[in-house]
Write a protein that binds this ligand. Structure first.
Ligand SMILES: Nc1ncnc2c1ncn2[C@@H]1O[C@H](COP(=O)(O)OP(=O)(O)OP(=O)(O)O)[C@@H](O)[C@H]1O
Ligand SMILES: [Mg+2]
Length: 225
């Protein structure tokens, strides 16, 4: 589904050039749960931005479902992004003055559904992350773990092709982190949801079916975790 071939990314600021991704190649197949690890500043988020259709300024090829996406215009790219990807971030990125229902509903409204049609789908998404009773609360009334559950519900509500999670447990304690990982695992096993997750935490890598390490701008598969 995701095929990255010899991708290079260089940030240029003033006189300075930073070659972050160097001939990065890897694949993610449907149903996989891929972990990406590597030191801070090694380029993990840079890579996430590319495979999440947030950035098409790179050298090399990214094929999604067999199609090159780099030369699409911004409108087409955001259309692909809205349909194909569910994002989960370290800091949850919920809208504080929207209720849980309104936050989770957003991707469906972007997809053109009327509010009447979203009701049942939103509730099902919240049920699958275990907090249907929080539907009318605001994010500020929730714990960190509950906020991340809402963010996961929002990420899966429109049935994306894959979930991109950039350090989804980075702001959570270790017990809550494991609960969140169990949710990803359940979605991966029961719904065959494809997950690509960046993590700093080796102990969480065991939830993944494949772990890739970013080393000197390159991705290496590691089996010895
Ligand atoms: N927009 C940008 N312009 C210039 N340099 C950038 C930009 N974004 C990131 N960088 C640099 O590129 C390198 C890789 O950044 P990136 O955010 O991909 O790292 P990361 O592996 O996600 O790190 P962390 O684990 O801390 O999140 C860093 O040295 C960073 O300073
Ligand atoms: Mg990062």
């Amino acid at each position: 589904m995701i095929e990255v071939r010899k991708v290079n990314k260089t940030y240029i600021t003033g006189e300075e050039k930073l070659h972050v991704l160097k001939d990065v190649s890897f694949e993610v197949h449907e149903g996989e749960f891929v972990g990406i690890m590597g030191e801070s500043g090694s380029g993990k988020s840079t890579l996430m931005n590319i495979i999440g259709f947030m950035d098409n300024k790179y050298e090399g090829e990214y094929l999604f479902d067999g199609k090159l996406t780099k030369n699409e215009n911004d409108d087409k790219l955001s259309h692909i992004r809205n349909r194909a990807v569910g994002f989960v971030f370290q800091n949850f990125n919920l809208i504080d003055n929207y209720t849980v229902r309104e936050n989770v509903e957003l991707p469906l409204l972007y997809a053109g559904l009327t509010p009447r049609k979203t009701k049942k789908i939103v509730l099902e998404a919240l049920e699958s992350v275990g907090i249907p009773e929080k539907i009318d609360k605001y994010p500020t009334q929730l714990s960190g773990g509950q906020k991340q559950r809402v963010a996961i519900a929002r990420a899966i509500v429109h049935n994306p092709k894959f979930i991109l999670a950039d350090e989804p447990t980075g702001a959570l304690d270790s017990a809550t982190s494991r609960e969140i990982m169990e949710i990803f695992k359940k979605l991966n096993i029961e719904n065959k949801t494809t997950v690509v997750m960046v993590t700093h935490d080796r102990s969480l890598a065991s939830y993944c079916s494949k772990v890739l390490f970013m080393v000197d701008g390159n991705l290496e598969e590691r089996f010895d975790l």
